[in-house]
Design a protein around this ligand. Sequence first.
Ligand code: SAH
Ligand code: ZN
Ligand code: ZN
Ligand code: ZN
Ligand code: ZN
Length: 534
Amino acid sequence: MEALCLSLVGSDRGFRDGGGKMAASRDQLGAVEEKGGSGRQGSSGVEVVFPSDPATSAPLCPHGPTLLFVKVNQGKEETRRFYACSACRDRKDCNFFQWEDEKLSGARLAAREAHNQRCQPPLSRSQCVERYLKFIELPLSQRKFCQRCQQLVLPDDGEKHREHQIVGDVSITQLKRPSQLLCPLENKKTNAQYLFADRSCLFLVDLLSTLGFRRVLCVGTPRLHELIRLKASGDEKSNIKSLLLDIDFRYSQFYMEDSFCHYNMFNHHFFDGKAALEVCRTFLQEDKGEGVIMVTDPPFGGLVEPLAVTFKKLIAMWKEGQSQENNRKELPIFWIFPYFFESRICQFFPSFCMLDYQVDYDNHALYKHGKTGRKQSPVRIFTNIPPNKIILPIEEGYRFCSLCQRYVSRENQHCEHCNSCTSKDGRKWNHCFLCKKCVKPSWIHCDVCNHCALPDHSCEGPKDGCFICGELDHKRSTCPNISTSKKADKAVRKQKQRKSNKMKMETTKGQSMNHISVTRRKKRRERAHQYLCS
Ligand code: SAH
Ligand code: ZN
Ligand code: ZN
Ligand code: ZN
Ligand code: ZN
């Protein structure tokens, strides 16, 4: 079971982002979108802390260094902080928990170490590559893919997959599009694997090539990675190279070491150690760092700050390879994320601006480009490339605003009072003279609150707002933050439970030892199976 989580986590946890804005999962987007901008002071949830003294290194879970969290109640931080997994929102996927001030016995540390080891994928990176090389040598009729195990099958894999669903005659074209062969890991709480619709993916590839990039560091963008490579192999002119960093280990079956690294973007952890880190470094620093861009599409439930910390580390890695005179240059970045994270992202990257382009996804009902007029996707591109260089497709209604010097959505109108095209969500926004800014068309100015909000909002103080997060516009039962507090409570409860279980175990150790080793062995076998048979 544990091994499974390694390749399958993708994490869109419902933690509260430290900036006070709810960190939404992709499925909560609708709810968060319509929220007013009120009631921050009473915020509750779990926030990540970056200790001022980084010398105290965080304990490790199977997903690398853990992060330090603090529970916040009505805006107040609880004093006792704890370490938890950086990548998994659901404790079912990684149940790591440790109080910051907790001292662990040598035995428990050893057990943890062993557990972390057991959770690593059964095949090493080079074994995967070896298998891939064997696979492409096979005649078409012998090239099989097991859907149950999500694995390429070799003739000497024997009977293992006999009763599984098998795809036969796997063509080279199919091998080049693993994101279509693999099933997307979209279970809401953990994986959140949402693949670009072709329209958006093609737009991105064309844009990257128009902008003259020769290398793309794809962080959590497997479909973009494969499309870049597909185009490069079919077209001499656009010979763009791509390196994919992703936590989904299944992709290691399809790429050599120099085009995929098993990576956790919430703690900048390379699962295959120094060799993989060097692959990334070399890629960023090639040509003195010229012609490279980073494109990332993280799980939306993820916290912005750990992501920003990671991206700054990647930027630093790129910078090391720069010559002195290029000192002020920035690593070009596309960060794909919902528009309502704009202020949060710009807080960490002041040079970024948000483009109006709406990014669409294949396997997300909400953001699919439908036949009957689509729901508008809230997902945008944040970038440090000057927006006037980025041409958005006219045929989709985007047009150039010469005053703003950027392409904007069809209905985004230039407001003469704000002196900008103010719409964030693609609808026409209205200027409110009392708020001195443009607001969503569904909002009206409230004299009680002294700002604009939804007409049916409640004007009373936080006491009457949500019991969990203190926001004014919903009740406890519909709180998008509910899973957060639950997780923290559960973490504490589980911790207590483990302690009492451990005490019980110790009293019955003699009799149960044998039983334990049998179930362990069985579990290990199950794990190996689970890992392969996701
Ligand atoms: N739209 C992109 C996919 C984005 S979905 C595309 O089509 O290419 C989010 C991606 O981030 C998934 O591929 C998922 O496996 C990856 N991911 C999730 N959590 C991660 C983590 N902690 N570290 C690295 N990658 C992660
Ligand atoms: Zn973990
Ligand atoms: Zn305005
Ligand atoms: Zn107003
Ligand atoms: Zn709430």
